[in-house]
Design a protein around this ligand. Structure first.
Ligand SMILES: Cc1cc2nc3c(=O)[nH]c(=O)nc-3n(C[C@H](O)[C@H](O)[C@H](O)COP(=O)(O)OP(=O)(O)OC[C@H]3O[C@@H](n4cnc5c(N)ncnc54)[C@H](O)[C@@H]3O)c2cc1C
Length: 587
């Protein structure tokens, strides 16, 4: 059946289901209870990318149904009140990568999105008595203030810092336009896509041509070299380099000394908040408030959003050439000529499609995707703010600059490299890399007065463990959590006593709770061979798949993971321009 005829049938069913939904809403019941039996497009997964795709498709007039397996929308960009009164950004914790077009086109501020910009953005304490003598490093929004802080460690580094910022800004300006559409790929797609590819390649070439020659060479270096090598060129102070190097390893099982880690660093500084490049912010109400704003835009455009609705199978037509809809766990089938999956490539192509539905070479490629990551997340409820040993005079209980930004506990690149070596041997790092944030220092909607929530993003806890260990072993997991808390305690005496509740998510928990294959926070690692025209597989980087009508719109597609909304927005644009040779039913 063509998109057009399928769509006409679906539209009739939709009117019925909307009326039904209205009744359910009027009765004050959950609107998630009754998914319609058919739609123009089904969005599989209600993470922020699925919601973004749904919003754009619904705005274009398609009848869209979003199906999310969890009880809550947002995927890894979610707020959960795990203990009464304490609301956590349970997985992702900072916004900065969300594409500005998504914010403005979907009018997300009107739908409740509110950024809380952090200043300072980063704090690296050192222990009194250590070689850094209890001095701490701050990165502020003011370059001059940051230079003053850096100068405590190296006058030369302080002087060079503005040029480093300009260098990253230059890289950002070159790369950024490539995030907002399918990546240049002349090897696949119809003529319109290839033409669009040429346009993007031309824009990138112009941006590169406008770049000073030295910077272009540095861009090539940043893509291919170890981040540590790049940082060594710029800076001499261990404190400065260690703090900047963490961006090169977050969510990636690599060392700053691994070639290609420079790209991960670039990925993390690619964003902007409220027009300020490279800035990260909290979202008032936690990251779920960002997803809820997108959900609200999708609902306003007419999309139907359903939680507790797990897709068990993606259904194909009789010939096995095109999608026909999905079947939910429990048996309900929903017909649609378009299915947009925002689940991981592994789940979409290997778990939800029948074996044989895809060319074997494609399935092989997906099966061999690198999902190594090493992320572990700890969410805490605290009875009071941590008191840092290096700031003994700070008034207790009063949020200060040390509480607002991301706290880093590593003071040399060697420490990060050591942690990587443990993890690459299948052992959780004996001294893992930690990013601690305390969003309640800026957002009083998250915890009861005087109390706080803290998030510890921990790197270098591999999914695949050696020596028969398992994250399912509670004692093993608790021992690792203890190790992490001990590091914070070292810097903040009394910290452990202030802990009221702990939510600890191992890589296995990230897989089980959020559906993140092998706990990879980006739906597949951001290694160079898994980016651009190779994401998720060569020839399928334009959100299309070997099955007609099936699209991929999650972080497993270009430009990769992070709370960007880019895959969702880009996929919707491709779908809306993709008639596959048929009439486009919704125009
Ligand atoms: C611990 C952690 C910390 C992070 N920190 C940050 C950060 O601070 N900033 C940042 O920008 N990024 C961060 N990230 C990365 C970022 O959160 C993710 O890359 C991004 O949220 C993924 O969004 P998505 O919409 O592509 O996929 P997801 O959020 O993974 O959404 C996919 C959805 O599909 C659903 N699903 C799966 N299978 C089915 C099925 N069969 N039926 C129905 N539904 C299904 C899942 O439940 C999920 O809700 C972090 C991630 C993690 C895990």
């Amino acid at each position: 059946m063509s998109h057009a005829s399928m769509s006409r049938l679906a539209r009739a069913a939709w009117r019925g289901s909307s009326a039904q939904q209205g009744l359910v809403e009027a009765a004050g019941l959950a609107v998630t209870a009754l998914p319609p039996q058919s739609a123009d497009a089904i969005v599989l997964g209600g993470g922020h990318n699925g919601l973004t795709a749904a919003a754009y498709l619904a705005r274009a007039g398609l009848r869209v149904v979003v199906l999310e397996r969890r009880h809550v929308l947002g995927g890894a960009a979610v707020t959960e009140e795990l203990f009464p009164g304490y609301k956590y950004s349970r997985a992702s914790y900072l916004a900065g990568l969300l594409r500005p077009q998504v914010v403005s086109e979907l009018r997300l501020h009107d739908h409740g999105l509110k950024y809380l910009v952090r200043d300072p953005s980063s704090f690296t304490p050192s222990l009194p008595g250590s070689r850094h003598g209890g001095k701490s490093l701050f990165f502020y929004s003011s370059t001059e203030a940051t230079q003053t802080s850096i100068a405590q460690f190296s006058a030369r580094d302080a002087e060079r810092f503005p040029a480093y910022e300009e260098f990253l800004g230059c890289m950002r300006r070159v790369i950024s336009p490539l995030l907002d559409g399918p990546p240049p790929d002349l090897t696949s797609g119809n003529w319109r896509r290839r033409l669009a590819s040429l346009g993007m390649a031309r824009d990138a070439a112009i941006a590169v041509a406008k770049t000073p020659a030295g910077t272009l060479a540095s861009l090539a270096e940043l893509f291919t070299a170890p981040a540590a090598h790049v940082l060594d060129r710029w800076f001499e102070s261990d404190m400065v380099k260690a703090t900047l190097a963490t961006d090169a390893v977050i969510g990636a099982l690599v060392s700053p000394r691994t070639p290609g880690s420079g790209y991960v660093l670039l990925h993390h500084v690619m964003g902007q908040v409220a027009g300020r490049p490279g800035v990260w912010a909290y979202v008032e109400g936690g990251m779920g408030a960002l997803s809820n704003a997108i959900a609200s835009a999708a609902r306003a455009a007419g999309a139907h959003l359903h939680t507790n609705s797990e897709v068990e199978k993606i259904l194909l037509n009789e010939a096995g050439t095109a999608v026909a809809g999905v079947r939910l766990t429990g048996g309900l089938a929903i017909a649609a000529p378009i299915v947009v999956s925002s689940a991981t490539p592994m789940r979409t192509f290997v778990e939800l499609l029948d074996a044989g539905a895809l060319p074997p070479s494609f399935t092989e490629h997906i099966r061999h995707t690198d999902y190594s990551c090493g992320a572990f997340k700890i969410n805490l409820a605290l009875s009071c703010l941590p008191q840092f040993a290096c700031m003994p005079d700070a008034p207790p209980g009063v949020p200060g600059p040390q509480h607002r930004g991301t706290v880093h506990f590593e003071t040399s690149v060697d420490e990060i490299h050591e942690a990587y070596l443990d993890a690459s041997a299948g052992r959780p790092a004996s001294r893992p890399v930690i990013e601690m944030t305390i969003p309640s220092a800026l957002d009083n909607t998250l915890a009861p007065a005087g109390c706080h929530v803290a998030s510890l993003f921990v790197q270098f806890a591999p999914y695949q463990l050696s020596g028969g260990s398992s994250w399912a072993d509670e004692a093993f997991k608790t021992a690792f959590v203890d190790r992490v808390l001990d590091i914070v305690e070292e810097h903040c005496p009394g910290f452990r006593r202030s802990i009221l509740h702990i939510d600890a998510l191992s890589p296995l928990d990230l897989e089980r709770v959020f559906g993140l294959h092998r706990g990879n926070i980006f739906h597949g690692s951001l290694s160079l061979h898994q980016l651009a025209y190779n994401r998720p597989a060569t020839g399928y980087s334009s959100y299309n798949t070997p099955v007609r009508g099936l699209y991929l719109a999650g972080s497993g597609s270009h430009p990769g993971g992070g709370v960007t909304g880019a895959p969702g927005r880009n996929a919707a644009a491709v779908i809306l321009s993709d008639d596959g040779g048929d009439e486009v039913a919704w125009r």
